[in-house]
Design a binder for this molecule. Structure first.
Ligand code: SAH
Length: 269
């Protein structure tokens, strides 16, 4: 890292093993690390030499503070620091990384972007859910469950999403789960459609709920699951019955070798 630069870097969904080598390199060299709420403390242990600044905000609280964070990055870079801006998941996926990078460029601060593993992909993989599978989907839609004001996003065309997207991966969807499920069912998705909720994915606290669109809200309440959560809607969720690899590591047998009913390979039939 050069003094005066900002590296805007994804930390992945939680498990420190999911950092990139570029992220690790930056952690070892940075003078200052500005990190978000969703960045696991253990990751900061890789940067003992650096000043650690918490810039967390949770739950869709708006932009005055965001502007402060961006300007703080500018000030630190101008002071000649090697600045590591560490964000959960991927910095350009629902993480305001684009806004921060834009502010840096507007202030002539040199910036490097390091992608990370987004929770909507890596978090689901840790639950044994592939975001694409040839027998299920040729597309996947990443959706945010709330907009800048914190309300359920009204600018989204839920009818089109319902019709056009076989699998939905919803970030920040817990607060408005009832409205989201309602929109999808109003637009024709079946109450019986499989849904998974994965909270604190890839961490020691990971929990997975398998439910349906019709039972989503009641089951979230019954299980007391809390954000951060990824909600996945679609047949891909069934793949967990065969691909719950963490369960298998703990000794569970796969529940169903062929959850999509496509037939087993001849040699294992
Ligand atoms: N840039 C991040 C997303 C930031 S928005 C990324 O690419 O993953 C914050 C939302 O991300 C949370 O509300 C939640 O929906 C999701 N999220 C982030 N980390 C998560 C985790 N470990 N488990 C489940 N959801 C997570």
């Amino acid at each position: 890292m050069e003094p005066g630069w900002v590296w805007l870097c994804g930390a992945g969904p939680g498990d420190p093993g999911l950092l990139t080598l570029h992220a690790l390199n930056a952690l070892r060299q940075a003078d200052v690390v500005i990190f978000d709420a969703l960045v696991q403390e253990a990751i900061l242990d890789w940067a003992p030499q650096a000043e650690h600044i918490y810039a967390g905000k949770r739950g869709g609280k708006p932009s005055a503070k965001q502007r402060d964070i961006s300007l703080r990055l500018v000030d630190l870079a101008r002071a000649g620091k090697r600045v590591l801006r560490l964000k959960g998941g991927d910095p350009f996926v629902f993480g305001r990384g684009g806004e921060e990078a834009q502010t840096l460029v507007q202030h002539n601060v040199p910036v490097r972007i390091i992608p990370g593993i987004s929770a909507g992909i890596g978090g689901l993989a840790y639950a044994g859910i592939p975001v694409t599978h040839r027998d299920v989907n040729q597309s996947v839609t990443f959706v945010t469950g709330h907009d800048q004001s914190g309300a359920a996003p009204s600018s989204l065309d839920w009818a089109s999403i319902s019709k056009g997207s076989q699998v939905l991966v919803i970030y920040m969807g817990m607060k408005h789960a009832a409205q989201i499920a309602g929109h999808l069912m109003d637009a024709g998705r079946q109450p019986s459609e499989p849904v998974a909720v994965v909270t604190s994915a890839t961490t020691a606290d990971q929990r997975v709920l398998e439910t349906t669109l019709g039972s989503l809200v009641a089951d979230i309440e019954a299980t007391g699951m809390e954000p951060p959560a990824i909600i996945c809607v679609g047949q891909s969720v069934l793949m967990r019955q065969v691909l719950d690899w963490q369960g298998m590591m703990a000794g569970d047998a796969p529940r169903n070798l062929d959850p999509l009913g496509r037939g087993l390979p001849a040699e294992s039939a």
